[in-house]
Design a protein around this ligand. Structure first.
Ligand code: DAH
Length: 369
């Protein structure tokens, strides 16, 4: 719009001044009513009271041209116009004065109609499973810890007794962070392949006795299929004190499995290998589907493998003791365990394909409400 929209000031008679200033105000009112958004309000401000080209600048020129005996009268009207316009161009005051579009609409809303329904969310089955596992251990006096997903080679491997080049590193298809080659191996960053490095962080930060569970996300360079995902979850556990024995480990995990799957579940321990535990074991539970008689789910064996565990290797304590001397492998002992959350959740809820857990599909998630 050009200043040409403005009424013309023919002479300085009171009637002419009235129609001139009245006309300007009416024009402003019309434009102000149409300026709803902050952008439009800003345009309005620039057009009317912009310092260089605002319409008020032009109008003030007219005022200055008034004959001396009329100047007072004209000035008064100009000031009244100005104080009517200015606050309406200020976003804060404009909002306070003019009802927003939403406010005017609110007046026409029928409050007897039902409101907008906001669907209640549900705890994701993975988070729920993780919380349930953590709760079982919390009841036995374990606290809960967390650690970083981006780790150094030292914490993910070396401190856990996987020396450089150790073949056990190959079982963990590691996703490494780019451009780390200039750093010494121990400082190179990678996505943690398991939650076990948090055992080390925790011990470095606090002396024994220690009982802690660590739920978290881990990453491996695995191709996705019905039972694998490159990102998955684990719950790690660690207990360190004087005189902790393998029977403490067995009793703790047997109790935890019964608390989690039901008191009729049995456990059994098989020799296994992990670099950071000695001895190491895999834990199996009696098949929760057939009660141990043998079915398709347990491949007719009656048992399902669920987690890894073992007595903390003294070599691991030895490394930690450099920072926390209380982890003297001659004085303390401990056990550790780690389990995959997806597998447990899939078993517990009868989920056949791991990718459903990450699909975000409401039809799937709604079943867990
Ligand atoms: N970190 C192992 C893995 O991801 C799992 C594990 C096994 C953790 C034995 C433990 C343990 O704490 O004692 O394969």
């Amino acid at each position: 719009m050009q200043p040409a929209d403005l009424p013309e000031l023919k002479d300085y008679s009171p009637a002419s001044l009235d129609s001139y200033f009245g006309g300007i105000l009416a024009l402003f009112e019309k434009e102000a009513a149409a300026a709803g958004t902050p952008d439009e309000l800003e345009q309005l401000r620039i057009r009317w009271i912009g310092r260089k080209q605002g319409l008020l600048v032009g109008i003030s020129e007219d005022v200055k041209k008034a004959p001396a005996d009329q100047r007072r009268e004209v000035g008064k009207r100009f000031n009244a116009l100005k104080s009517a316009i200015e606050p309406r161009c200020d976003p804060e005051q404009a909002q306070a004065r003019t009802p927003s579009a939403a406010e005017s609409a609110a007046e026409s809303i029928d409050i007897t109609l039902p409101g907008t329904r906001r669907a209640l969310g549900a705890e994701h089955p993975l988070i729920r499973t993780m919380n349930e596992i953590v709760t079982v251990f919390a009841a036995m006096g374990y606290s809960v810890g967390l650690g970083p997903e981006v780790e150094t080679d030292y914490y993910n491997f070396e401190s856990l007794n996987f020396p450089p080049g150790h073949p056990a590193r190959d079982t963990q298809d590691t996703l490494v962070i780019a451009q780390q080659e200039r750093k010494p191996l121990r400082d190179r960053l990678l996505m943690r392949t398991h939650t076990s490095p948090v055992q080390i962080h925790t011990m470095e930060q606090q002396p024994p006795p220690l009982r802690i569970v660590i739920p978290g996300k881990v990453h491996r360079n695995d191709a996705a299929d019905a039972t694998h995902s490159p990102i998955f979850h684990q719950v790690e556990g660690l207990c360190v004190d004087t005189n902790i024995t393998f029977s403490d480990l067995k009793g703790t995990l047997d109790h935890a499995m019964k608390a989690f799957f039901g008191s009729s579940v049995k456990t059994r321990f098989f020799p296994s290998f992990f670099p950071f535990t000695e001895p190491s074991a895999d834990v199996q539970i009696s098949c929760i589907f057939c009660g141990g008689r043998g079915c398709r789910k347990c491949k007719q064996s009656g048992w399902i493998e669920l987690l890894g565990c073992g007595m903390v290797d003294p070599a691991v304590f030895g490394l930690v003791a450099r920072q926390q001397p209380a982890y003297d492998p001659k004085k303390i002992s401990g056990f550790a365990f780690g389990m995959g959350v997806e597998r447990i959740a899939m078993m517990k809820y009868g989920i056949g394909d791991i990718s459903q857990l990450y699909s975000g599909d409401m039809r799937f998630l709604e079943q867990f409400r």
